[in-house]
Design a binder for this molecule. Structure first.
Ligand code: TPP
Length: 514
């Protein structure tokens, strides 16, 4: 068999079941291998940022990598923003990048690029496979690297002659590395801090945001009085009625400083210290009191859930602590769009066990507290700040979880980066309700500009206003095979969303909020 075939067989044996792809000539032998070998679902993304965003959303929900098949350096480069988002969320990602045949590369053909250099910038593990004999074991190592906690980006570059050469055999899958445990002395040290009674906060991230981790953290908070928070954006969080409601550290520096004022200790549980997204003149980078100490309970790759459970036992927290309702009561609101009112309306209508992908930028600022009491669901955000994550992430999540309704909350400017994902949703008949917040501006950037004390001028209006011509989201969606409706009020949204949730398949609601 050839290198491409042995690699595909190795991936299938390693439980990689889906290939999100945008292939070219250098990947033709992979496509031929996929034609010949059963066991891999192939999904086309009509832009590489869709392919990598789908692979990210899939892995967040399936908790294992898909294969992202990309074309040469430029194809990989097109997908980098969403590889970056996956890297920032510690998501397992496996990129297979086809490239120039090794004997052809010295002629410097048009698509030759520093593919390794591009890959290295965003990957934890990079290799260019040297031969057909080697490529399957390279693949097994790449999967193992991707699945190494907390989740890594592995990029395997395969020259075309490595893919087409004969004499290869599949490799044996490699074991998945377990999360290392937190040392008992670290648990004791954190327990001592909590026993002092000084104001403390547990900052939770990664797999600590699953139901078990949140519940253990809740026990600790109950017994010690410590506050619980997540970072400003969450990679995936179990939320809704019966789950522990935990607020995020606010995005705006002054609001974060006020929310965390008075703290003497921040205990990191798979999280980084609370830094601002950006620096602002005269404001601190770390959004916490100057005399607050930082202690690490669990690094991102460690078993934070076990650490939280052991810490709860160590401080004598009761095993069963009722979860109190927090946040707002779900209800269908009426009138024009308002972030909080929309959140309450969504909370009233969100189907049980839904997956929410949130790339809603300024429109979504109040969604979190407003949806604590929705039906149980998972909430996914981009933690890398590269916008254009929502549509593809929702698409990949829907491939991973065909029995769950996916709700994609998408700002319009960010949505334009990767709207081709709608076509993939239609092609694959995925069960996604997309909600586009059409304010027809880059609102956040107007806000950043005004916060300097300036008023927008001609240049800022040219750069931050999305009108002239106006985007027609209903037309865009329909042209890609997705049914769509435009609404202007919360009651209109509620009716349309309810109907969209009552049917299967992709749907788009343009919420006009200009
Ligand atoms: C890949 C990438 N490019 C550019 C930016 C800079 N940026 C941040 S927010 C934003 C505009 C967001 O506008 P929109 O999605 O319409 O949301 P709104 O601010 O209107 O709520 C831009 C261009 C970014 N964060 N990521």
């Amino acid at each position: 068999m050839n290198g491409a075939e042995s690699l595909i067989l190795t991936l299938i044996a390693s439980n990689v079941e889906v290939c999100f792809a945008n292939a070219g000539t250098s990947e033709i032998h992979f496509v031929l291998a996929l034609d010949k070998i059963e066991g891999m679902r192939c999904v086309l993304g009509m832009a590489e940022t869709v392919v990598t965003g789908c692979a990210d959303g899939y892995a967040r929900m399936a908790e294992k990598p898909a294969m992202a098949l990309l074309h040469c350096g430029p194809g990989f480069a097109n997908g980098i923003a969403n590889v970056h988002n996956a890297r920032r969320a510690n998501i397992p990602m496996l990129n297979i990048v086809g490239d120039q045949a090794s004997f052809h590369r010295p002629f410097d053909p048009p698509l030759a690029a520093d593919t390794e250099g591009l890959a290295r910038a965003v990957s934890h593990w990079v290799r260019t496979s040297g031969s057909a004999q080697q490529v399957s074991s390279d693949g097994a190592e790449a999967i193992q690297a991707a699945r190494t906690p907390p989740g890594q980006i592995a990029t395997l570059i395969v020259p075309a002659d490595v893919a087409w050469s004969e004499g290869s055999i599949p490799a044996v899958p490699l074991p998945v590395v377990a999360r290392p445990r937190v040392a008992p002395e670290v648990l004791r040290r954190v327990a001592e801090i909590l026993h002092t009674g000084e104001p403390a906060m547990l900052l939770l991230n990664g797999h600590a945001l699953g139901e078990a981790g949140l519940f253990a953290a809740h026990r600790i908070a109950h017994a010690s009085g410590a506050m619980l928070r997540t970072p400003t954006q969450v990679p995936r969080m179990a939320r809704g009625r019966g789950r522990v409601p935990v607020e995020r550290v606010p995005y705006v520096v002054d609001k974060a400083l006020s929310a965390l004022s008075g703290l003497k200790h921040i205990i990191l549980v798979g999280a980084k210290p609370p830094m601002g997204f950006f620096a602002y003149h005269g404001k601190p980078s770390l959004m916490m009191p100057q005399d607050c100490a930082i202690t690490v309970l669990a690094r991102p790759e460690q078993d934070a859930v076990a650490a939280l459970q052991e810490l709860a036992d160590e401080i004598g927290a009761p095993g069963a602590v009722p979860v109190r309702e927090a946040g707002l009561t779900p209800r269908i609101a009426s009138g024009r769009f308002d972030s909080e009112a929309f959140g309450m309306t969504l909370a009233a209508l969100l189907p049980e066990n839904a997956i929410v992908t949130d790339d809603s930028v300024t429109s979504g600022r109040s969604f979190f507290p407003a949806t604590f009491n929705a039906a149980p669901h998972d909430w996914i955000q981009s933690t890398g700040g590269a916008i254009g994550h929502g549509f593809p992430c929702a698409t990949g999540a829907a491939v991973a979880c065909p029995d769950r309704k996916v709700v994609c909350l998408q700002a319009d400017g960010a949505g334009m980066y990767s709207l081709q994902a709608l076509w993939t949703q239609a092609r694959e008949k995925l069960d996604v309700v997309n909600v586009v917040f059409a304010n027809r501006v880059y609102k956040i950037l107007y806000g950043e500009l005004r916060s300097t004390g300036a008023e927008p001028g001609c240049a800022s209006d040219s750069l931050f206003d999305l009108g002239r011509p106006d985007l027609d989201w209903v037309g865009l969606a329909k042209s890609m095979g997705v049914e769509a409706v435009s609404v202007e009020t919360l009651e209109g949204f509620a009716d349309t969303f309810r109907a969209a949730c009552g049917r299967r398949g992709p749907f788009l609601i343009e919420f006009r909020i200009f």
